[in-house]
Write a protein that binds this ligand. Structure first.
Ligand SMILES: Nc1ncnc2c1ncn2[C@@H]1O[C@H](COP(=O)(O)OP(=O)(O)OP(=O)(O)O)[C@@H](O)[C@H]1O
Ligand SMILES: [Mg+2]
Length: 456
């Protein structure tokens, strides 16, 4: 029941229960204190009256019960109370109502009271609210007590009327609090209802989330987190859609060329040279498509990849690059030079090598023969920095902002080297982002390019 209840009602219920408990405690404490203060006042009055009476007829005790009863009756009428004198053992000596015979033992709680003089109030069936007051006295060797029995219905009426007034006031307070706490809990839970309404409106086709609010607390953090999530989902979706449309377009180009070649092959079968050229073109396009598909698969897998970091040192890196590129560099008459400061850091080895391979391969491919490609490593401002620099064709300033885009190839690069998909640097950027690293590119057209990678 509680679990399925709306937060608004949960809060309302909690506030109300707490308030009712507080109200009950306040009621009990205040009414009890009020009653106690009234009783203390009544007790003081009775003790004063009793002391005055005792001063008058103390001498008559225990020798003259008849005179005592005379006094008692007079005072009893004056103060409208029943007065009973008790002997040392608290047995009746004389009773102003003349009903109790001497030596009667009374069974009253007041007689067991330790601290006298003092009063006890009790609600009797016969007389209603009654006050019993007991005062000790002494004449010569003889000790005794004066027991006063007084009507306290006035006190009871005063307490009852005060309690009634309090109950009415507290009921009004509880009702007002119910209303206020309903309004507060409705206001408090409003953003949650808005968030739910907005979330329900989100569909795979339409992902918009906006909630107007002035809150600066956790609700704001929640709304911001959902906004970010929706924006990221949109970005991801956008990227996937763009990736799909660009890739299919890029795949279509070699396919169309291949289709044309295949269609024309039967017509050139007799011309041996042309036939050979056609077959070579076909093989080139197939290879290009293979590379393209391979790169596309890689890009897609990196988006879903987890980074399995392990410690790598600069000698591992040098060894791997030499294994992969020394013969290719030799074939292109490029000198591979290393200037390495010892470094050790954590990366996903396979992904990191793939990023470096793409960069070194670019540096070799976009450099004229006889040039040098330099790989350096150093620690810089808390980062592990790896640089790959070449003296190749460089990148024009207009092309620089686009080099990490999917399928981007500069005209200079296409002219220089037809072989290329324009995906290499996209992969590099993805890998660096996955490691929370960063990339810097410095390039001047016809002078060369320097790409710096920074890892933690
Ligand atoms: N070292 C470099 N020198 C000059 N231009 C470069 C260099 N590295 C990258 N570029 C430019 O950036 C573009 C994108 O590079 P990227 O590596 O993504 O693609 P690619 O080399 O053309 O093809 P591939 O996907 O086969 O690597 C290149 O086409 C080229 O214009
Ligand atoms: Mg490349």
């Amino acid at each position: 029941m509680w679990k399925v209840m709306k937060i608004q009602y949960q809060l309302w219920l909690i506030y109300s229960c707490v308030f009712i408990c507080v109200t009950l405690v306040v009621y009990m404490v205040v009414s009890r204190t009020y009653e106690h203060r009234l009783q203390v006042g009544y007790e003081q009055v009775s003790i004063t009256q009793g002391t005055t009476i005792l001063n008058q007829f103390k001498e008559t005790y225990p020798y003259s019960p008849n005179r005592s009863i005379g006094y008692l009756r007079t005072y009893s009428e004056q103060i409208n109370s029943r007065l009973i004198m008790l002997d040392e053992e608290k047995k009746v000596y004389v009773d102003s109502f003349n009903q109790l015979v001497p030596n009667t033992i009374l069974h009253l709680t007041i007689l067991k009271k330790e601290t006298v003089p003092g009063s006890i109030f009790s609600n009797t069936e016969a007389f209603g609210y009654v006050q019993y007051t007991l005062l000790p006295f002494q004449t010569g060797e003889s000790k005794g007590y004066l027991l006063m029995v007084q009507d306290a219905n006035e006190l009871f009426a005063e307490v009852t009327s005060f309690q009634r007034w309090m109950i009415q006031t507290l009921l009004i307070a509880v009702f007002s609090f119910f209303m206020i706490s309903y309004i507060v809990s409705t206001w408090f839970s409003k953003p949650i209802r808005q968030i739910i309404t907005q979330l329900k409106k989100i569909t795979p086709q339409k992902r918009v989330f906006s909630v107007k609010h002035q809150r600066q607390d956790e609700v704001k953090a929640l709304i911001d987190a959902i906004k970010n999530m929706v924006e990221e989902l949109n970005l991801y979706d956008d990227r996937q859609r763009r990736f799909l449309s660009t890739s299919s377009h890029e795949l279509k180009t070699p396919l169309t060329t291949m289709q044309l070649i295949v269609e024309n092959l039967p017509y050139v079968r007799e011309q041996e040279a042309l036939y050979g050229e056609f077959v070579q073109d076909l093989a080139f396009q197939v290879k290009k498509m293979q590379r393209l598909v391979d790169q596309l698969l890689r890009i897609n897998s990196i988006w879903d990849d987890k980074c399995n970091k392990e410690l790598i040192n600069i000698h591992d890196i040098q060894e791997h690059l030499l294994d992969s590129f020394q013969y290719i560099a030799l074939g292109n008459e490029i000198e591979l030079k290393f200037d390495l400061e010892p470094l050790e850091f954590y990366v996903d080895r396979e992904l990191f090598y793939r990023a470096l391979e793409n960069l070194v391969s670019n540096a070799i491919r976009y450099s004229p023969k006889g040039r040098q490609v330099k790989i350096t490593s150093k620690r810089e401002k808390g980062w592990n920095k790896i640089s790959i620099c070449d003296h190749g064709i460089g990148i024009g300033t207009e092309d620089l902002p686009h080099i990490f885009e999917l399928f981007f190839r500069s005209n200079d690069a296409t002219e220089w080297n037809q072989d290329g998909t324009g995906l290499g640097l996209t992969i590099v950027k993805q890998i660096v982002d996955l490691h929370n690293g960063r990339i810097e590119v410095y390039s001047l057209k016809n002078q060369g390019t320097c790409i710096n990678l920074f890892f933690n």
